[in-house]
Design a protein around this ligand. Structure first.
Ligand SMILES: NC(=O)c1ccc[n+]([C@@H]2O[C@H](COP(=O)([O-])OP(=O)(O)OC[C@H]3O[C@@H](n4cnc5c(N)ncnc54)[C@H](OP(=O)(O)O)[C@@H]3O)[C@@H](O)[C@H]2O)c1
Length: 265
């Protein structure tokens, strides 16, 4: 079976760790993001094929999909590019920021998926060893922010809820095809840019969510994510939720050491 995967948002954080993990396991990887210099370094390190593409630009997405097809096709897609801007209330939010979150987390995911579906279908047409068909897989990286709202979640909650809904719609629409549609929703992940971007560059406060607890790392998420692709291809993990042990919901993060309760507690 063709093992070539397209990973969007590959230039940092979870996307870059995902590219590394796939490459370690022998997959061919196409790494997609806007920053060419970072992609080039990752390509040198992992052997990935880098494509510079802003996923909010539909024409650029079509060119990216054509390049994927011309350079060997793909049997797998990870829609990881995304992010948050701001923690303002609904009342105080800025529509331009909401629009840009919707553009990347929802519309970009849709454009990439639509442009690559014909490429994924092509991969399913080539069965091996007497099999009638091969398989393809799509995984959307949403968030626990797409499953539970919280004050200040605003546009990010709205965008990730929408990405969650799009994933479910797609699974219905592709029923009957040998294409699985999966979703991974992480809680708190310490990546170098996510909170910095969310807080519009405020480096001092960007570290606060990760203080006094052990958050997930990009590598933790990549390990679980790639594990979903490594399952037998008829196994569709619809929704995988992953959080640090210290975080039991979007509202509950235990700060300080973890300790087993005594009998009195
Ligand atoms: N960190 C967390 O706590 C957390 C938790 C749950 C879910 N998530 C989700 O996980 C995903 C990755 O998060 P992360 O923490 O790894 O964030 P990150 O380090 O900020 O990475 C975001 C990636 O998306 C790319 N990207 C952004 N806009 C893009 C565009 N228009 N076109 C193409 N690529 C674009 C960025 O690359 P360029 O700037 O080079 O384009 C970057 O590689 C996101 O969808 C995020 O919402 C994160």
């Amino acid at each position: 079976m063709l093992k070539r995967v397209v990973v969007t948002g590959a230039s940092s954080g979870i996307g870059a760790a995902t590219v590394r993990r796939f490459a370690e396991l022998g997959w061919q990887v196409v790494a997609v993001a806007r920053r060419a210099d970072r992609l080039r370094e990752l390509a040198d390190e992992t052997g990935a094929h880098a494509i510079v593409c802003d996923i909010t630009d539909e024409e650029a997405v079509r060119r990216m999909a054509a390049e994927v097809a011309e350079t060997g096709g793909a049997s797998a897609l990870v829609n990881n590019a995304g992010g948050a801007i701001g923690t303002d209330s609904v009342e105080a939010s800025d529509n331009d920021e909401w629009r840009s979150m919707f553009e990347v987390n929802v519309l970009g995911l849709r454009s990439v998926t639509a442009a690559l579906l014909p490429v994924l279908r092509e991969a399913t047409r080539a069965g091996e060893g007497g099999a009638k068909h091969g398989w393809a897989s799509i995984l959307n990286l949403t968030s626990t922010a797409g499953l539970a709202a919280y004050p200040g979640g605003g546009g990010y909650n709205a965008a990730k809820y929408a990405a969650h809904a799009v994933t479910e719609v797609l699974r219905f629409e592709l029923a009957g095809e040998p294409i699985r549609v999966m979703e991974l929703a992480p809680g708190l992940v310490h990546t170098e840019e996510f909170t910095l971007n969310r807080l519009r560059g405020d480096a001092e406060n960007a570290e606060k969510p990760y203080e006094n607890l052990i958050p997930l790392t990009a590598e933790d998420v990549a390990q679980v994510l790639v594990g979903a692709f490594e399952q037998p291809p008829h196994v569709n993990q619809d929704l995988i939720v992953i959080r640090p042990v210290a975080q039991s919901s979007v509202f509950h993060a235990h700060r300080g050491p973890l300790a087993a309760k005594t009998q009195e507690q």
